[in-house]
Design a protein around this ligand. Sequence first.
Ligand code: SAH
Ligand code: DHB
Ligand code: MG
Length: 226
Amino acid sequence: MFGPADQQTWTAVDEYVSELLAPEDEALEQAVAGAVEAGLPAIQVSPPQGKLLALLARSIGARTALEFGTLGGYSTIWLGRALPGDGRLITLEAEPAYAEVARANLERAGLAEKVEIRVGAALESLPALEEEGAGPFDLVFIDADKANTPAYFAWSVERTRPGGLIVADNVIRGGALVDQADTDPAIVAQRRFHEMLAAEPRVEATTIQTVGGKGYDGFSIALVKG
Ligand code: SAH
Ligand code: DHB
Ligand code: MG
């Protein structure tokens, strides 16, 4: 068994993997720079995680995707690029100022046509999507306010095609997931989300713990069954 490494090592390995396998081009670099400049929190997925999202999308031939939590559009760029030319990505962001930064970043990345940003609390954007008959989606990425991850999953599982994927970020939070004494609503929600995954007959899911530049956290991946 390998014992735990430290944050410095996790960051160095992330940089190594990023350089070789998930290099950032100018648009991705500018997306991070633009977000930093505008004072957005630097909580976007890491380059290897962005690449994972892109590989997942491509491995299922995704054409339509839905993202909860745009921030500056960094994960949005990875996902948007993984969709074919006529693909569509809808991304939901509560903060108008963040959405403006994302709009500029997506424009620079040449994704303005493919990606639509909807501004507002995601739960309030969903009824309109519903009325418009949006979906079914091939891939959903849940990465907004963590307390609502269960609600976003419940909505998404109804609107993801068989063979599609629902991915959720930040489900481990340094191991808080299994600390029953931790009553932070964001953590309680991730436990609830796992119980939903376990009980939901329409999905097969797993959770993978991750370390890297962003510390110790994890992804859940749920396949909607045929
Ligand atoms: N997916 C992004 C990071 C998202 S960070 C990336 O990896 O690049 C989480 C985002 O969710 C923040 O931008 C935050 O403003 C947004 N958010 C928080 N509450 C929200 C809500 N209720 N509805 C939609 N977005 C929300
Ligand atoms: C944090 C990290 C995230 O990936 C996210 O989506 C929201 C918050 C954080 O580390 O605070
Ligand atoms: Mg996240």
